[in-house]
Ligand binder design. Structure first.
Ligand code: SF4
Length: 463
């Protein structure tokens, strides 16, 4: 795409994964406390168009196979540029960086993880200046309202820390803007299909009370972007008739979801983890997960290391949730959505949450009902479900009353018994009438429940 860039640049490289053993260097990532990416709108006379600066060591000075604190500051100016565009321009760093052969970018804001492959480094992609060149050109060609752009990379640990702290304040100020607004105050929501390259059936629905899953795009950001780039990946969704105000289901949203997922997803309910939950691409900041043993929810965020209270890690939960699917009991989310009064509204809201990491609790506790804060356990209180059950009883968590009520309710609501047909799977291919095995068809079982009395794993010795 660019003759003076020593590696390929284009959409075909999006989705490349760079494993630890393949990487030249990691910038940011889970081992680094300080990392960020930030876009700031400036006045036209405040920045120098095309300037790329590196504060700290450049790629050749970073020992191969190591990780480093990292910051990206992009300053933009243009007559049409307003503050509300910062969040969406910032989110495109993810997309454009992933266009570079051998460069991987994950997550957003304070949580970025970038890896450069050894192969691309050896091909000559050996300076952050080259990354700046690519970003500069892609931003200006894809977003023509950007008249001037100036890019600063930081690898100097003190500088990264200093800017990380500034960036956190800026993110908080952005997030606070939509607080206090209600979904009922507006006629349109916004959709974002930016992550469809990773999860083709996923679409984020951004409302005043449901921030985008990645935590990077608010309703205001959506509005500003749809205005300057109406054909772009962020667009208006007329709400249409409200089908269910508690679950958060809207006629207009369902229509757009059906179109954008090519019929794969038919309905979405924004404020529940059951039935028709909002899909997740994999970029979410956190995830709510149902714990059937306690009939409550745990919440885990991306930076949580180790196992959650039910023994699953964030990565496992993420794999179960991501990919643009609707998975009962899982709800990909942003931290800001946890501050919304609509958070899991249809499932009982905060009264249904039984466990969450201390770090997340600290970040959202101001927005939780005060009486529930100490009744939700963290990793500092319990380490397994038995301990959690005792904790909830001792603290008088509202879920305990739910346990007492459950048998009667279940008996009243129990559906007539349905016997599922038995499907016996022969070893090898599964012949289905009219569809020859091995011809590349995809079989989707909807609402199927598969049970097994026994799981036997045998070594395949060619028989
Ligand atoms: S997570 Fe959602 S809002 Fe964020 S970039 Fe992806 S599709 Fe857009």
């Amino acid at each position: 795409m660019f003759e003076d860039i020593p590696v390929g640049v284009g959409i075909i490289y999006e989705g490349e994964r760079i494993r630890g053993r393949q990487m030249q260097v990691e910038l940011g990532g889970p081992r680094e406390r300080y990392k960020f990416e930030l876009v700031q709108a400036r006045k036209l006379d405040e920045i120098e168009d095309g300037k790329i600066e590196i504060i700290g060591p450049d790629l050749p000075e970073l020992k191969p196979g190591t990780n480093h604190p990292f910051g990206i500051l992009i300053e933009v100016a243009g007559k049409e540029i307003e503050k509300d565009l910062e969040g969406v321009i910032e989110r495109r760093i993810h997309e454009y960086t992933n266009f570079i052969e051998g460069f991987m970018h994950l997550n957003q804001r304070y949580d970025i993880q970038l890896r450069l492959s050894k192969k691309s480094y050896e091909k000559g992609f050996n300076s952050l200046r080259l990354l700046g060149e690519v970003l500069k050109r892609l931003f200006k060609s894809e977003m023509p309202f950007i008249e001037k752009i100036q890019i600063t990379f930081m690898t100097d640990p003190d500088k990264v820390k200093e800017w990380y702290e500034k960036a956190m304040e800026i993110y908080e100020a952005r997030d606070a803007r939509a607080r206090g607004m209600s979904d009922d105050d507006v006629d349109v929501f916004y959709g974002c299909s930016l992550c469809q390259s990773f999860a083709p059936t996923h679409l984020c629905v951004i409302t005043p009370q449901r921030y985008a899953n990645c935590g990077a795009i608010s309703w205001f950001d959506g509005r500003a972007t749809a205005k300057v780039d109406p054909k772009g990946p962020v667009f208006e969704i007329p709400k249409g008739e409200c089908i269910d105000p508690v679950k958060g289901e809207y006629e207009g949203v369902n229509k757009v979801i059906r179109d954008k997922s090519l019929g794969e997803i038919e309905r979405v309910q924004l404020y529940t983890a059951f039935g028709y939950p909002h899909t997740s691409c994999g970029c979410f900041e956190g995830c709510a997960f149902y714990i059937p043993e306690l009939d409550g929810f745990g919440v885990v965020h991306r930076n949580f290391k180790g196992e959650t209270v039910n023994g699953l890690t964030f990565v496992t939960i993420s794999d179960l949730t991501a990919g643009g699917r609707q998975v009962d009991g899982f709800h990909g989310l942003s931290i800001e959505y946890m501050r919304s009064p609509k958070f899991l509204q249809a499932d009982g809201g905060w009264n249904r949450v039984v466990w969450m990491p201390q770090e997340v609790k600290e970040r959202v506790k101001e927005f939780m009902p005060p009486e529930i804060v100490d009744k939700i356990a963290t990793e500092n209180d319990v380490s397994n479900l038995d301990e959690l059950r005792e904790f909830l009883k001792e603290k008088g968590h509202p879920i305990v009353e739910r346990w007492a009520e459950a048998p009667a309710e279940e008996a009243a609501e129990a559906p007539a018994e349905v016997t599922a047909p038995t499907l016996e799977l022969p070893a090898g291919a599964i012949p289905i009438q009219g569809i020859p095995a091995g011809m590349g068809f995809r079989i989707i079982l909807k609402n199927a429940k598969i049970t097994a009395e026994k799981l036997i794993i045998k070594a395949d010795r060619g028989k």
